[in-house]
Design a binder for this molecule. Structure first.
Ligand code: OOG
Ligand code: MG
Length: 279
């Protein structure tokens, strides 16, 4: 063994761009990247560079950035996916669905749904400012549903792969907003249901002990990566429970005191709301 072994050799930018293209195409065609696909050994910085290139492709197609999401802020999620580090992904308007909207399952590979707590950023937050206080800029708290859809076959990935894949982000839905000082986020129950059937249960304490604790972590990561949090941005703090497969039919997440957010899985292209959405 020599000292160079185990040290990461920088991956060329063209390879990083190719990874972004591969994952972007996988998402657009709802076709997973197979485990046999040759894959460069990206380190975490390169994986975030690839994520940035992936988002740049979506923005070039006319999508707009609307916020950031955290991943693996709960033990339940880390255990389920076999990873142990908090990660950040980016949200666009193309991923957002209205509360109660139909989610077209045929446009997704193997979607899973998870309950989230969402924050609304009410003012431009300068992440370059070392004294920035993101919590002070939060003007709304809401229950959220995130639909994740790994572009890798079998949801199989390591940390750089899931980061390059924009943390499996696919769709998200935000429920009713509340003023932060009117809600209690301290260890309150979180329940994911399909109709009356409970799919998963947890508490907001599963999210780093308290969802607000995600904010300084997001600031630190966002600063390192050069991300922006303009006024109006949404932040998803991370799932409080494991994710479960998204099936046809209604699904909802309830965060006690915050209310309920809903979506409906539909097979085939989503028709007008109510047509397959109402049952
Ligand atoms: C990655 C996304 C993780 C969360 O809330 O922890 C995430 C995945 O599980 O595929 O969104
Ligand atoms: Mg999530």
């Amino acid at each position: 063994m020599n000292a160079a072994e185990g040290r990461h050799v920088k991956t060329p930018g063209t390879v990083v761009a190719q990874v972004a293209e591969l994952l972007d195409t996988a998402q657009q065609s709802a076709t997973p990247v197979g485990t046999a696909t040759p894959w460069p050994q990206l380190d975490l910085d390169e994986a975030y560079a690839s994520q940035a290139a992936l988002i740049a492709r979506r923005l070039a197609r006319g999508e707009r950035g609307v916020g950031l999401k955290l991943g693996f802020t709960s033990e339940a999620k880390m255990r389920q996916m076999g990873v142990d580090e908090l990660i950040v992904g980016q949200l666009t308007d193309g991923m957002q669905a209205a509360d109660g909207a139909a989610i077209d399952l045929s446009a997704l590979i193997h979607p899973r749904v998870e309950p989230e707590v969402a924050f609304l950023v009410g003012a431009d937050v300068d992440l370059a400012d070392p004294d920035v206080d993101l919590e002070a800029a939060i003007t709304g708290v809401a229950p959220g549903l995130e639909i994740i859809d790994s572009r890798y076959d079998g949801f199989q990935f390591d940390l750089p792969r899931v980061v390059a894949d924009n943390t499996s982000a696919a769709k998200f839905v935000i429920g009713p907003w509340h003023a932060p000082d009117e809600v209690d986020l301290d260890d309150v129950p979180v329940i994911l249901r399909a109709g009356d059937e409970v799919l998963a249960e947890g508490t907001t304490a599963a999210i780093l002990g308290h969802p607000l604790r995600t904010l300084p972590r997001l600031v630190a990561l966002g600063r390192r990566l050069g991300l922006q949090l303009p006024a109006g941005s949404v932040v998803l703090a991370g799932a409080a429970t494991e994710a479960v497969p998204l099936r046809p039919g209604p699904v909802n997440a309830e965060v006690a005191g915050l209310g309920t957010v809903r979506a409906v899985g539909v097979q085939g292209s989503a028709g007008p709301l109510g047509e397959g959405g109402g049952r």
